[in-house]
Design a protein around this ligand. Structure first.
Ligand SMILES: NC(=O)c1ccc[n+]([C@@H]2O[C@H](COP(=O)([O-])OP(=O)(O)OC[C@H]3O[C@@H](n4cnc5c(N)ncnc54)[C@H](OP(=O)(O)O)[C@@H]3O)[C@@H](O)[C@H]2O)c1
Length: 313
């Protein structure tokens, strides 16, 4: 199988490239070969590389910057997926696309003290340009009529790239006190967890007797994150505690205080509750959904063993 995999210089793309390395031939264009903001170049590129499947984690992901670069965000997050989807339809191949919890406004409350998660059927009402541009991308993929899987994920991190985990590890070394927002709820998603889930789903596709029937039965939007919910403050406390236990951080550790979002204003408004219900994913693919804290520990354990390996070189 020839797989066109975009965004391999990013967090998720890089993990997917590793997870799918023995899955077939991966075509992994960098921005210089396929610039998604150069819309006219996308269809000719796909026609020339003739993939059997497109996996598309590349996106404009700078949530705050998108407020002042809305045209560029829409071009990359909505118009480029539209072209990818139309080409997938024309070639009769599948498209795996990624979207975000920020398509929701986060106004769902709590029941019995627990956050009420959003299902795939809930109404989308993004609060910021990034979320709106990603929602437009989802709609374009669905409307194209191509065989598709759209995975909405949230709070993505890995041992690489620009993310909350690495920011907290850096700040924990620099500061004695961290003030972190504690009124936004969601689920941190390690790229290791995400790429393993995608791999399991692709194995199911590979084993299907008739791929076209498989796509018909499975295509649609799915929520894909580990299980459980937390807030940014609690997430950072878990990062610091586990990192210290694994020798990635040394004492003295910073104290971590919760603050409201109102004390940390950002250009883009974020949803307060972006917890996602994964029932549809479990029912349709039967894959194991790891708890977010265990996924965090796996990521940190990998980082610790790489550090140990580096030290032993
Ligand atoms: N990060 C999160 O917290 C989060 C949360 C929910 C959903 N998601 C979704 O999950 C997916 C993966 O996110 P991520 O965190 O892995 O993203 P990321 O680390 O920011 O990587 C984005 C990738 O997209 C590429 N890209 C951006 N603009 C491009 C352009 N004009 N032409 C070609 N490539 C371009 C980047 O290439 P360069 O290296 O050249 O810039 C990079 O490889 C995205 O669909 C995102 O919307 C992310």
């Amino acid at each position: 199988m020839r797989i066109l995999l975009t965004g391999t210089s990013g967090q998720l793309g890089r993990s997917l490239a590793k997870a799918l390395s023995d899955f077939g031939e991966l075509i992994t264009p960098q921005r210089a070969e396929l610039d998604l903001s150069d819309l006219a170049s996308i269809a000719p590129y796909i026609q020339q590389c003739k993939p059997d499947l497109i996996i598309h984690p590349a996106a404009y992901t700078a949530v705050d910057q998108a407020e002042r670069e809305s045209e560029l965000a829409y071009s990359i997050n909505a118009e480029a997926p539209d072209i990818l989807a139309q080409e997938a339809k024309r070639l009769g191949i599948g498209l795996i696309h990624f979207s975000t919890d920020y398509v929701f406004d986060g106004s769902k409350g709590t029941a019995n003290g627990e956050r009420i998660p959003y299902s795939e059927e809930d109404i989308c009402a993004p609060l910021n340009v990034y979320g709106a541009s990603k929602l437009a991308g989802e709609q374009a993929v669905v409307n194209s009529g191509c065989a598709h899987l759209i995975f909405r994920t949230s709070w993505v991190y890995s041992d690489f790239g620009k993310n909350f985990l690495l920011t907290i590890l850096r700040l924990a070394k620099e500061k004695t006190e961290l003030n972190i927002v504690n009124d936004q709820w969601g689920t941190p998603s390690s790229t290791l967890f995400l790429s393993n889930a995608v791999k399991q789903i692709l194995l199911q596709l590979q084993q299907a007797e008739t791929p076209a029937t498989w796509w018909q039965a499975h295509q649609g939007i799915y929520h894909l994150t580990p299980s459980g919910f937390t807030n940014w403050c609690e997430f950072s406390q878990h990062i610091v505690t586990h990192a210290a236990q694994l020798g990635l951080l040394n004492a003295p550790l910073p104290t971590i205080q919760g603050i409201p979002s109102s004390a940390y204003p950002t250009p883009a408004q974020r949803p307060q509750n972006s917890c996602l219900d994964k029932t549809k994913l479990s029912q349709n693919f039967g894959i194991d959904i790891q708890n977010w804290d265990l996924a965090l520990q796996s990521c940190l354990q990998n980082m610790a063993s790489l550090k140990l390996a580096d030290a032993n070189v």
